[in-house]
Design a binder for this molecule. Sequence first.
Ligand SMILES: [Fe+2]
Ligand SMILES: [Fe+2]
Length: 356
Amino acid sequence: MQKETDEKTIVFAEQIAAEGKYEDVVENLRKAGVLSLCTEKIRNKYGSRFTLDNFVMTDRDFELLAVLGLYDESTLEHSIRTFELAHRFITYPFLGPSGEIIVFGDFLAGAGVSREQFLRGALFHDIGKILIPHAILHNALDDEEVLIKMFPEELTGQNEHEKKALLQTLYAKGIRPIDVVPLKEIFTEEKYAKLLSELEKRGFSETATLKDVIRMHEPEGRRILVSLGYETEGELAGCHHNYGKEAHAHNMSVLGHTIGVADIIRIADITDALRSARWYKRPLSEIDVLFILTEDAGMGKVDPLLSYVWVKDRYAELLKENKNGLISALGKDKEAEARAIEEFIQKKGEFRGALA
Ligand SMILES: [Fe+2]
Ligand SMILES: [Fe+2]
């Protein structure tokens, strides 16, 4: 009986959490008398994941997690895994390009960030996603499908190769169809009408693209955290993708190389996003993840020193786990990726900070 009542309460609370603005959600959950039950449930379910050195979760932190979880449980779980990966990044003794031991956490204080602030910034990096309507957060369309929706006549009858070539041409110009197509083109009329009213409530313009809406989670996350007194955490979370290409507020100098503290959250975030299933993709294998990180490092999307130490360490693990040969274990089609990763490691990820 109690279980049934709790479940009904959660469904009711989930409806409140879909309202968009963090402050309104918290106030309405509180007024409805369900905030403490939801927070307790989150504390019981995930509390043990936060028993890391010197990290203390406050009641307010569990409240933030509860709101995020009520809105979208998969984003909550991604946030906790990103937090765990970020923790590993700052505590693990990595081997640097010349064999030096690097513990990134030792450089946080010099960047004006405490360990606790860093970890909280990682945990709440996606808190702003509560502003993104579910229809967009769970949008399962990929670039190719958006392209077909944009040009149904032109693309009918074209084979896969031609479609891929067209996509490659767009990518080379820095264009992703999903980023530029108006939302109206992506959704059915009925879904779009519903979405439009949700977007209006959240302050988005009618002409917003998928990209505009998704990108908003970064400044919104920052706003929420700063408003709760988490200034530094907000600065870190507000830069985890660095869509706005701002100068980082917190930088560490490692082997003569400058790393934005938010860059550590970014590589942990990307790693978990690639490893996990999303609405629009299946989880990738470890070797695929490492390969993409080498490519991202080449394009400047992730820091070269962070990707170098991480890829080197994980690749060594993979070799250890597959003692009878990586390729025979993973399959011939992974050979090119393995070679590219080895080359990346050999070139020290093109990292030159300590070697210049
Ligand atoms: Fe994000
Ligand atoms: Fe994320």
